[in-house]
Design a protein. Structure first.
Ligand SMILES: [Mn+2]
Ligand SMILES: [Mn+2]
Ligand SMILES: [Mn+2]
Ligand SMILES: [Mn+2]
Lengths: 150, 150
DNA sequence: GCAAAAAGTTAGCTTCGGCTAATAATCATC
DNA sequence: GATGATTATTAGCCGAAGCTAACTTTTTGC
């Protein structure tokens, strides 16, 4: 093996390592918004169906306790996704509404895709709830195209 | 609307809420093992390729700092997935090896599936790294079948 | 309109998974 | 085999996201 080859393979290896690290970094970044995404999506749905989004309804649907919801809503408010008044229901900001819409759209595409693959609705819903947060724009487009075509 | 209808729709609604909550609970549970899964998978790969898994190599590939690796390895050891001696490389336990094998298998199926859908390799690797942790056995089987067939 | 139930909040605890700074051990090189 | 570079560990910080217990406010039903 020449020195040149050695250098080349070392550099190629370095690029591979770097690119792998970037994948993990990207996943960690996606992870950071998962909870916020699920909350705004659910809040939008509750407002649409019930006229309002009450913490108690968020809690039962998310399968967490009321204090957990309270704390999370605090973060959402801090991040400009919702507004709220003490002991009152929650409202989405413009930004929150935009995020909710985007999340609902993504959720539906992923769900439809899994269903069109032949998955049962229960499992499809369960898997979609997790997968939706880790699907790039490109993948989403491929999912949508597949469901359409099939 | 009769009382009966009212009761029925209320109970159906309650079941829907319950099932939704279970989906979120399932996703949260999957989330709890994501880091461990990625680590054992990587450790197995490093041992296979380099003969040993050094914290520094784990760190560069995961895109985190050395202390983060040290702390995570502590949890993996506590959970019986690895063994280690101070200032030495890491080894997988029987259980760790089993988990690594399972994760590698799942990772490959998800990756191949995304590639066979027509996704570019870079994005496929990135998305697979996140999606793999949220794919049920059933979905995995469908993914595998699809890649096979196409 | 009051009492009980339901809903919401607050305080305080836990674990996880990230970080920096400082220290310690190992390895490589001369 | 000393020493400088690399690698590993420890201590200590932080925020997210869960929980229980205790308290307050609002809503409901008589
Ligand atoms: Mn989700
Ligand atoms: Mn969703
Ligand atoms: Mn992964
Ligand atoms: Mn993986």
């Amino acid at each position: 093996m020449t020195d040149d080859e050695n250098l080349d393979s070392t550099e190629a290896e370095a690029r591979a390592v770097e690119s792998r690290a970037e994948a993990f970094i990207g996943v960690r970044e996606a992870r950071r918004s998962e909870v916020a995404e699920d909350y705004v999506e659910l809040i939008a749905e509750l407002i649409h169906e019930n006229g309002e989004a009450r913490p108690v309804d968020i809690a039962t649907r998310m399968g967490v306790t009321a204090p957990t919801v309270a704390k999370t809503l605090g973060r959402l408010a801090r991040d400009g996704l919702i507004t709220r008044a003490k002991y009152r229901s929650v409202f989405l900001t413009e930004e929150g509404r935009a995020l909710a819409k985007e999340c609902r759209h993504r959720h539906e595409i992923v769900l439809r895709f899994l269903l069109s693959l032949g998955l049962d609705p229960e499992t499809a819903e369960r898997d979609a709830e997790g997968i939706e947060h880790h699907v790039s724009e490109r993948t989403l487009a491929l999912f949508a195209a597949f469901s359409q075509r099939s």
